[in-house]
Design a protein around this ligand. Sequence first.
Ligand SMILES: C[S@@+](CC[C@H](N)C(=O)[O-])C[C@H]1O[C@@H](n2cnc3c(N)ncnc32)[C@H](O)[C@@H]1O
Length: 167
Amino acid sequence: MPFYLTLFLLLLLIGFCFSPLFLGVPFLPTHRKQARKMMDLAQIKPGMKVIDLGSGAGRLLFMAAERGAMAVGYELNPFLVLWTKLMILLKGKRGQVQVFYKSIYDADIVDVDVLMMFLYPPHMKKLEAKIFNEAKQDVKILSYVFQFHNYTPVASEEGVFIYKKTA
Ligand SMILES: C[S@@+](CC[C@H](N)C(=O)[O-])C[C@H]1O[C@@H](n2cnc3c(N)ncnc32)[C@H](O)[C@@H]1O
């Protein structure tokens, strides 16, 4: 393997392992089984726009893209953003998967069909007004593990909570 590629991969690995220590934002991927469950519950179809708020290493983005959706991630950990960009190139998903090094609180969610997240209670509390005010009326909102404070899910399965604005 060329030296610079080895160095790049090594830096990414170090970043994965240690970045939560200095960023203070823990990364934990959604379990594969639950990630598939989220895709099923959201009924992801070709042409849909899906956003993962705090997209981590991009697991939900690539699963949504496999089902034909346009997938967009927002992530503040630079190592995870780099990793996702690398995977987009390697998997040939340019044009179908995008990731922004940008806070979830500044995400453009206005025209999205499905909003997904696996965040922590303080994020859920801070995000809920933005989501329920800015997202379109028929948006499907899915949260893994944690719930919103002032809204009741319309359903839940295997740790995935589903919300609708119209409910
Ligand atoms: C529990 S992980 C979930 C990763 C991914 N969504 C998945 O399901 O595999 C939460 C992610 O949110 C990111 N995050 C936390 N606060 C954020 C913020 N303000 N803006 C963008 N990303 C954030 C963390 O860096 C972390 O990668």
